[in-house]
Ligand binder design. Sequence first.
Ligand SMILES: Nc1ncnc2c1ncn2[C@@H]1O[C@H](COS(=O)(=O)NC(=O)[C@@H](N)CS)[C@@H](O)[C@H]1O
Ligand SMILES: [Zn+2]
Length: 477
Amino acid sequence: MAEQEKEAALPKKENFSEWYNDLLQKGEIMDVRYPVKGLYVWYPFGFNIRRNTYNIMRELLDKDHQETLFPLLIPENEFMKEAEHIKGFEDEVYWVTHGGTSPLDVKLALRPTSETAIYPMYKLWVRSHADLPLKLYQIVNTFRYETKHTRPLIRLREITSFKEAHTVHATWDEAAAQVDEAIRIYTEFYRRLAIPVLPSRRPDWDKFPGADYTIATDALMPDGKTLQVGTAHHLGANFAKTFDITYEDVNGEQVYAHQTCYGVSERSVAALISIHGDDKGLVIPPEIAPVQVVIIPIIFKESSDVLQACESVKNKLEAAGIRVKVDASEDRPGAKYYKWEMKGVPVRLELGPRDLKNNAAMLVRRDTGEKRQVSLENISDEVLSLFGAVQTSLYEKAKQEVEERIFDCSTHDEIRQKITQGIAKVFWCGKKECGLKLEDEIGAGILGIPTGQEPCKGKCITCGTDADMQVYVARTY
Ligand SMILES: Nc1ncnc2c1ncn2[C@@H]1O[C@H](COS(=O)(=O)NC(=O)[C@@H](N)CS)[C@@H](O)[C@H]1O
Ligand SMILES: [Zn+2]
């Protein structure tokens, strides 16, 4: 990568938008200079974070899903089969109309999501109840001609890391259970990234096109807006009827299957950068950090024994499976601290001649800045247990920040005021006109009905009749 040119300092995190955009560059996550709007380029360091992040997703899914890969191009006749789905995507889909200079007889959609690529094949693959449940996923790029403000990692026109799972079940209830399982998997996936998420059922007017209902997981970003970081949809038999996906049940009857689909994108990386980062730059949870420990030799005149000691500590840590780097470059130690703090390396070890004598090092924790002398005796165990402590501390800190920014509100003014900081919880009777009226009143959306909510009693904020649920209201990305 080009030398760290002397550039302006990273903006303070409280100027979240500028901080975020600048950090993508300074943290070598994504280069936004690609000459097509909404398309961005992963730096190798950022791509390494993406790889570690999606390895966790694969670990969780591979327990009872299988990964596969479907074509990118979808023929118009397939894409246009499911009416709701078309309505939801017709303004966003990119079309390929030519092969070379010859026009195609059937124009081809670039997948915005893959239902209409996969389900014609599911029709061929699903024959009997013995084939069910079928649980496949793929991690691909998808294309959506987003007309709202595009943003790297948050709203792209080429979604580079679209993990989409598509499952087929014998009954509506089994598909419903799978939607719950998908949300459980996402909640665990985000816990591993030290990100607390809020699962909620989207209001019907906000569900996925062609779905019976949608449950989403939202993360609360530092600017008080929520980011939809994962969604699970119960598709009922809607697509099965459109694509004729039936199976022979135990009585030899042909029965329509019931389906789900659930997706996560690189918004997962956007959320971890945004929630854990600070004024010095990235703070990366150890499990997904490309470099987990950086060793900085503190060299005076004589250097070989210090460098040797750094190398032996590196070998020791690597033997314990830790991703380590010794920065023996010509930079001053201070410049090195700045660089690796910007890149969010969880642990720094400073090793000088004095430390050699005591077989010790100065250990600096990136997330809290805490510095302490540690013995090099069992440095690997020390560092590994510290990783656990950092993970827990990042998660607890983020969880507390969310809990402090969910507010019970009973008036429109209160909601308007509180959603500048976070999420409002208001009573709603569940009637659509009340919900839409509320959204118009405050100029923000009903995020959803929190899943697993305790029964509660109150008055609908719009019509004043009895309400037994409180919904989240928030500004969203
Ligand atoms: N333009 C975009 N840029 C980045 N991420 C996006 C974009 N659009 C959607 N996402 C992410 O992708 C997830 C799944 O997208 S979705 O439309 O909600 N659902 C589907 O497409 C279903 N087929 C499940 S895979 C969303 O929850 C959101 O986190
Ligand atoms: Zn009402």
